[in-house]
Design a protein around this ligand. Structure first.
Ligand SMILES: Nc1nc2c(ncn2[C@@H]2O[C@H](COP(=O)(O)O[C@H]3[C@@H](O)[C@H](n4cnc5c(=O)[nH]c(N)nc54)O[C@@H]3COP(=O)(O)O)[C@@H](O)[C@H]2O)c(=O)[nH]1
Length: 529
């Protein structure tokens, strides 16, 4: 069953690796397309904005010019009026001519007294501006000049000026529409192929980009005049850029995908090989136990030790419980490990516990142990073999192991009936609430290392340790502070009424012989005081 689980895990790893390998070129290609679109659309928008600015500037010059003549009150084609028209014309960059209009004909202008018919009016804007898109002038094409007439005056603008974006991409199409032109009518001014239907894509937006069959189109609405400017790049240029991006990104994506897939496979294989190594280690006695001192913070006495399992492979490689306990749990091996742990402790300690009834060994058990019917009898066996009393043993259960609180409560009750004390380990890292904690009927609470390390740092979690202590005191739990590394942390705990501490300040996990020597040395030191 357990080897079945690791095989399933490996199979999942294999499938995940395959999916990543197949997906990565596809995702890289999508990314190449996205980036190409982003770059080309940005470029088209820049052209459209440039055309929009030119259009606004041309309109501004036209209406400022007309306004100046009107304000001067020079209504007839007097020499002063024509001189003013010339000055306006010369000082503007977009106007070809400005003149006075009568019945659709310029009767005099900045370029003289030659009469110039404006031709057929194309449309009239809501603001009362008459727009002539094809002003007929001898020697110029029909679409060369654009006329704008208001209040009896007109300006002529060369149609190329607003749409002449120098240095523009080859194949670019540019157009200007007036908002008052009927839908689907051709643009007011255009360069290159422009579909009248593109304008409808803008709807109520300020700017829009889209791709149709032939072009990538950008349309921008002016904030200053009732016009929209459009720039369209050939779709073939977009596809060229997609291809260029894809040549760079797809191999990189594939390489990253393969590396990721290899990492998944390696992890899956390692999981499988650790599971296999665990089974082998159980058969070939590759486990040993180290003991970390538990010290009374008031007296300095060594009151117990936490037993911590280690695995040393035949190659000498040391594997820590952080790695093998979760894999043992996944592979249904944790019960066997706990059994081995207890028998190793019994072998290490000999008669020590029976000779030191005040000393206890703290043993970690996993969720599966908590739910196992065998646990109490396993502990009874251990106590009997060690000639120890129930007070010589403390069971540490992590908060995360309480997956089934009712079952946990029953097991805890069975242990406490025997006189074995039970501690909640790593408190604060799970989701136990105060009421849950109370209902579990525990003896001890181990404050997690993470909270201890935040003491004196000013981090938000540094407050939490005070709340945990107050809560434990309120429900009558004794406390053990784990991971004490500095004198400051130890003093904090002492001052806050925490009885027992564990951590590198007092000693790292060690062999039982070393622990025994440490115990005797401390006892002698205390006796001498
Ligand atoms: N179910 C079982 N779980 C076990 C068993 N043996 C260990 N474990 C659990 O594995 C986790 C890692 O344990 P370990 O690598 O042994 O680390 C312990 C200490 O070495 C470490 N520690 C102690 N003091 C300090 C310190 O001052 N600084 C620091 N950085 N680390 C310190 O903490 C670990 C003990 O933690 P805890 O048990 O929460 O008191 C760990 O979760 C073990 O519980 C086993 O046999 N079965």
């Amino acid at each position: 069953m357990s080897s079945m689980r690791s095989k399933t895990f490996y199979l999942f790893g294999l499938l995940a690796a395959l999916a990543v390998t197949l997906l990565s070129p596809f995702l890289a290609y999508r990314e190449a397309q996205r980036r190409a679109y982003e770059t080309e659309a940005e470029l088209a928008l820049a052209y459209a904005r440039d055309v929009g600015h030119r259009t606004d500037e041309a309109a501004r010059q036209a209406f400022v010019g007309i306004g100046r003549i009107k304000r001067a009150g020079l209504t007839d084609c007097t020499p002063e009026a024509q001189a003013l028209m010339r000055r306006i014309d010369l000082s503007s960059t977009y106007l070809q001519a400005i003149g006075q209009v009568r019945d659709g004909v310029i009767v005099c202008s900045s370029i003289g007294s030659t009469r110039m018919p404006l031709g057929d009016r194309t449309f009239e804007t809501a603001a009362g501006v008459r727009v002539y898109l094809h002003v007929p002038v001898d020697g110029m094409g029909p679409d060369s000049l654009l006329g704008l007439e208001r209040d009896g005056y007109a300006v002529l603008i060369h149609s190329d000026l607003p749409v002449d974006t120098s240095g523009a991409r080859s194949g670019i199409s540019i157009a200007i529409f007036h908002m008052d032109q009927p839908a689907n009518s051709p643009p007011a001014v255009a360069r290159g192929a422009v579909s009248p239907h593109w304008r409808a894509h803008l709807r109520d937006q300020r700017a829009v980009t889209f791709v149709d069959d032939t072009h990538l189109v950008a349309i921008v609405r002016s904030t200053k005049s009732a016009t929209v400017a459009l720039a369209a790049l050939p779709a073939s240029q977009l596809h060229e850029r997609e291809k260029a991006n894809a040549w760079r990104l797809v191999p990189a994506g594939l390489a990253a995908g393969l590396a990721f897939a290899a990492a998944i496979l390696l992890l899956a294989r390692r999981q499988m090989s650790i599971a296999a190594a665990l089974r082998y280690a159980l058969r070939h006695d590759e486990f040993f136990v180290v003991y970390q001192p538990l010290v009374n913070l008031q007296t300095g006495r060594l009151v117990g030790a936490e037993a911590l399992l280690r695995m040393r492979r035949g190659t000498g490689e040391l594997i820590g419980p952080d790695l093998f306990i979760p894999i043992a749990e996944e592979n249904g091996l944790v019960g066997k490990l706990t059994e081995r742990l207890l028998s190793l402790i019994a072998r290490d300690i000999g008669m020590f516990l029976s000779e030191h009834p005040d000393f206890h060994i703290a043993v970690n058990i996993a969720a599966a142990d908590l739910h196992s019917e065998n646990l109490p009898s396993m502990l009874d066996d251990f106590l009997a073999r060690s000639h120890a009393g129930p007070r010589n043993l403390v069971i540490e259960i992590t908060e995360r192991a309480f997956v089934d609180p009712d079952l946990a409560r029953r097991t805890i009750a069975r242990l406490r009936e025997r006189g074995i004390e039970v501690a909640i380990d790593d408190f604060g890292t799970g989701y136990s609430s105060l009421s849950q904690l109370e209902s579990l009927d525990l003896d001890l609470l181990k404050i997690d290392r993470a909270f201890i390390q935040s003491i004196g740092t000013g981090a938000p979690t540094s407050q939490v340790v005070g709340y945990i202590i107050a809560m434990a005191q309120r429900i009558g739990l004794r406390m053990v502070a784990e991971g004490i590394e500095t004198e400051e942390q130890a003093s904090f705990m002492r001052e806050h009424g925490v009885d027992v501490a564990q951590g590198w300040l007092f000693g790292r996990p060690m062999a039982f012989d070393a622990l025994e020597r440490e115990y005797l040395a401390r006892q002698a030191e205390i006796a001498e005081r």
